[in-house]
Design a protein around this ligand. Structure first.
Ligand code: FE
Length: 200
């Protein structure tokens, strides 16, 4: 009898660890040491649904290609908050979309930016789904769904816009090339490259 209880406890613990590991594995934002080679718009448009499915994780596919929304305040958001300076690229096509220079803490549970780092790479369109009228944010190169943008909420930023972006749609390239860094005071500097390219 005691042995049975012991085995049940071991099985429950094992299952708990398995579920935790699965959740962690699903929600980690990819981090690249070097700026990824971005796909051309022409190549991105040629990809079929099946090809996107092969290139992306199931969660990336659900967000980027099916306009899904990730869980708020999840593991990926915790990672985002801890990241230092760097650039954020489309997880679908590698195009630079945002940088840490435009990142701000809105406390909404999703990555927030007050502007794209490269305006030409981020497009918006009206989204009338879910009995609401919102402004959807998409990658201008591959058309992937990134999130929504809200204006005039009173945030003390240069634009008073909140680009509410799914972290799952992003790939992070740290400015120092050293992977995810813990945020420290005064460390949120953008890469020289993103500084130069700002406003293109
Ligand atoms: Fe893209």
């Amino acid at each position: 009898m005691k042995k049975g209880i012991f085995l049940a406890v071991v099985a429950a613990l094992g299952f708990g660890i398995y579920v935790y590991a699965q959740d962690k594995a699903k929600s980690v934002m990819p981090v690249a040491k070097e700026v990824p080679k971005a796909m051309s718009r022409e190549d991105a448009m040629k990809l079929t649904d099946e090809e996107w499915k092969k290139r992306l994780t199931p969660e990336q596919y659900r967000i980027l290609r099916q306009a899904g929304t990730e869980r708020s305040n999840g593991q990926i958001y915790k990672e985002f908050k801890a990241q230092g300076g760097g650039t954020y690229h489309c997880a679908g096509c590698g195009t630079e979309l945002f940088s840490s220079k435009e990142k701000f803490d809105s406390n909404c549970g999703w990555p927030s930016f007050f502007d794209p780092s490269k305006a030409k790479n981020v497009k918006t369109r009206i989204d009338r789904s879910g009995f609401m009228v919102r402004t959807e944010v998409i990658c201008a190169i591959c058309g992937g769904h990134l999130g929504h943008v809200f204006t005039g909420e009173g945030f003390n930023t240069p634009t008073d816009k909140r680009y509410c972006i799914n972290g799952t749609a992003l790939k992070f390239v740290p400015a120092n090339g050293a992977g995810t860094t813990q945020k420290k005071e005064g460390e949120q500097k953008p890469s020289k490259e993103s500084e130069e390219k700002k406003g293109e």
